[in-house]
Design a protein around this ligand. Structure first.
Ligand code: B12
Length: 333
């Protein structure tokens, strides 16, 4: 077990933007000095100075391999603190994120990376089924401190929508659509783990796709985003049988039920699910229901005052925060 020589070492490291950049890069795996210079944009003498101090404080460790010295994170709790820092930089709404962070911090030169270019690079990796290159791209975005919202809405979502366009033009077959979806799902699992908070509140959501709907990635983005702000989320995934969905809501008593629908053929199941959920409310259970997805249910399902429809992650999160603010002090959101 590694022991701290200087108990303030990690706090000092986290207070300094350059050291934070070094630590966040190391969180993704060991790096040589040259690699650290490239990713953080720091000059070598400055970088070596920070590394020497953090080494002395047992925050990072060095090991020689051949001609090169490699650095990695020393203490598991440095990881925990970095996660807390990542939480602080997490934000919703793209307007604050022009520099790659939602915190208003000074951007490093690399933070000017264009999300559109990254989405195209991701698309190329997805089409080739090259998970390693997609994963490297995610590492790169994380090293630039992209928020979860920026990664999801500006890089993952457009890449997946382009897959849809190519599919429609007959340039991508269904197998490749599945391969791309599976890769994105695994990348999202990594992002959500990084942004998962150490502390959770009382708000609880149950989220899943209506029976027949296999499109789980969009609603998974909503689930990860709620989780990142401290909600307790039960994610039920794709194609949830209506009866089990309703039973789960009855047992878990959430504040919010979130349902995704993708095709007009799924409207009948949605109506039956909504009818059962309304019955639970009539029996005294209190919760909101959110609807959305690739097919806008507003066209065929009139919603009640305790239900709402949203088009995307931004609109959904804004609506949730409005409801939370309006109902603060009450038990339900
Ligand atoms: C990947 C994909 C699949 C995958 C899904 C895998 C998975 N694990 O999710 C597979 C291969 C299974 C699939 C199957 C089919 N798909 Co498909 N698929 C797509 C594709 C290419 C990307 C979807 C995606 O993940 N996007 C990325 C996410 C992040 O974006 P999103 O889904 O738009 O989600 C955002 C919003 O919609 C919203 N949102 C989503 N859910 C919810 C829920 C709530 C409550 C709220 C508020 C908001 C919300 O917020 C999200 C984040 O901003 C789209 C193309 C497209 N333009 O979207 C087609 C698309 C959705 N599919 C389509 C079709 C037709 C099909 C199939 C019939 C045939 C086919 N293979 O393409 C089958 C039907 C399967 C079924 N029974 O559901 C159509 C649907 C058209 C329509 N609505 O009428 C689309 C739009 C393609 C197209 N242009 O024709 N598909």
């Amino acid at each position: 077990m590694v022991r701290l020589r200087d108990p303030d070492g990690i706090a000092q490291a986290l207070a300094d933007p350059s050291r934070r950049a070094i630590l966040e890069t190391l969180r993704l795996g060991r790096k040589s000095v040259t690699e650290l210079c490239e990713v953080t944009g720091l000059k070598q003498p400055n970088l070596s100075n920070h590394l020497a101090k953090m080494r002395h404080q047992n925050v990072v460790r060095a090991e020689r391999s051949g001609r090169f010295m490699y650095y990695s994170l020393e203490a598991p709790f440095a990881e925990v603190l970095l996660r807390m820092h990542a939480m602080a930089t997490l934000g919703f709404g793209r307007k604050n994120e022009g520099n790659g962070t939602a915190s208003g911090e000074q951007p490093s030169d690399l933070n000017h990376a264009n999300a559109g270019d990254l989405a195209e690079q991701l698309l190329s990796g997805l089409l080739q089924g090259d998970e390693a290159s997609c994963s490297d791209l995610l590492n790169y975005m994380l090293s630039l401190k992209f928020s979860m919202t920026k990664i999801y809405l500006e890089v993952f979502q457009p890449a997946m929508h382009s897959i849809g366009d190519l599919y429609e033009m007959g340039q991508v077959d269904e197998a490749h659509e599945h391969v791309a979806s599976a890769i994105i799902e695994r990348l999202m699992a990594r992002v959500s783990e990084i942004y998962h908070p150490n502390i959770q509140g009382d708000n609880k959501a149950i989220m899943g796709c209506v029976a027949g709907n296999l499109h789980s990635l969009g609603i998974r983005m909503l689930a990860d985003s709620l989780d990142a702000i401290g909600w307790r989320v039960t994610f039920v995934g794709a194609n949830v049988p209506t009866t089990s969905f309703v039973e789960l809501v009855a047992v878990e008593a959430p504040n919010l039920v979130v349902i995704s629908i993708a095709l007009p053929e799924q409207i009948a199941e949605l109506q039956s699910l909504l009818a059962d959920l309304r019955e639970l409310r009539d029996k005294g259970q209190r919760f909101w229901t959110a609807l959305g997805g690739n097919y806008n249910p507003g066209q065929s399902v009139p919603v009640r005052a305790d239900e709402f429809i949203a088009q995307d992650l931004d609109e959904f999160m804004s609506k949730v925060s409005e409801l939370t603010a309006a109902a603060s002090g009450e038990r339900t959101i």
